[in-house]
Design a protein around this ligand. Sequence first.
Ligand code: PMP
Length: 406
Amino acid sequence: ISHFDIDAIRAQFPILQQQIEGNPLVYLDNAATTQKPKAVIQAITDYYTQCNANVHRGAHHLADEATRRFEQARDTVAAFIGARDRSEVIWTSGTTEAINIVANGIGQRLQPGDEVLVTEMEHHANLVTWQQACKRSGASLKVAPIHDNGALNTTAFTRLLTDKTKLVALPHVSNALGTVNPIKTLTAEAHAIGALVFIDGAQGIAHGGVDVSDIGCDFYAFSGHKLFGPTGVGVLWGKKAVLQDWPVWQTGGEMIAQVTYQSSTWGELPNRLEAGTPNIAGVIGLAAAIDWFNRLDLTAVQTHERRLLDYATEQAHGFDGLQIVGTAADKIGVFSFLLEGSHPADVGFLLDKQGIAIRTGSHCAQPLMQRLGVPGTARASFSVYNTLQEVDALFIALKKARQMLA
Ligand code: PMP
């Protein structure tokens, strides 16, 4: 039996200890952003109090120490995601920037007649970016359909893979529905027809167990803030052979080799794709978050999260007028729903009055909401520190909300 002490975990999150309008805070908005353990807050404070300096260029003690912590963080991320080469880990400001870097790299080579394949469940970041890259290049955007339960229609996906497909971009886990995609199989299929594969890991990463070498994809991106780390930092992992061949992203300090007034040459990876002073504190905070997460028993974490979702689903089945949105067999962390006769925004408001934080709306997936024929959803999303009692609190609060809305 694995050791999983939920009270000890919760005690590490100062923000969870507060009351909202006289009720204990029940934070169920983890797909938007996760809370930060003391270890992360401390690592950021330590950096600013002990060794704040610019990285890579200093000839002094503080700069050396900042650089050491900053580059060690790259090793931490590489190990965490199973990357074989640390220079394939590129710091970004988040998933969104990572997708834009990939679009810049691939986009400049797309031509009329080429195709980019995404899915109906994309977050805007992994849709609008490709839509615009296709508009600029004359390539076509293809959209693989989902089933009504929110699972990807893999037969249709396979049918849409052709020799015109240059890139497949899809989420590991849907932020709106929690659907987990079979990314390893889909990657193999896409590779078989010669397409590159980008995985939007914004939601996949926080549930642990990501191994990019095993998945076999060409790129995987995530944001630190959804993995107990700070905002403003994220990761693009990509295969070296592809990344080093790309046009540069931003230009400036750090990313160059030689510069004259009239021309420049570019540095090696990872610096080549990291222009300017990076988010040093953010990077160090993210590494602290991964170190913290690594100390948990992953199997116990996954079992716990599974139990929270199963418990919520079970409660929902006995709750009149509640419709779960997204019932794919392989699903994690996200409980999206509608209350009959009420708008999700009103449900969210009434839950907030009872200390329960969820998210309502289209979850940056307007086309997905249109596809499902819903105005948006109310979404409770779970993390390691949530408890079964908090799921109970959600349903007690929902009952009150239902009475008030009737
Ligand atoms: N993709 C998915 C699936 C997401 O959930 C998010 C964040 N909501 C993003 C992309 C964008 O992440 P960020 O805003 O941190 O760049």
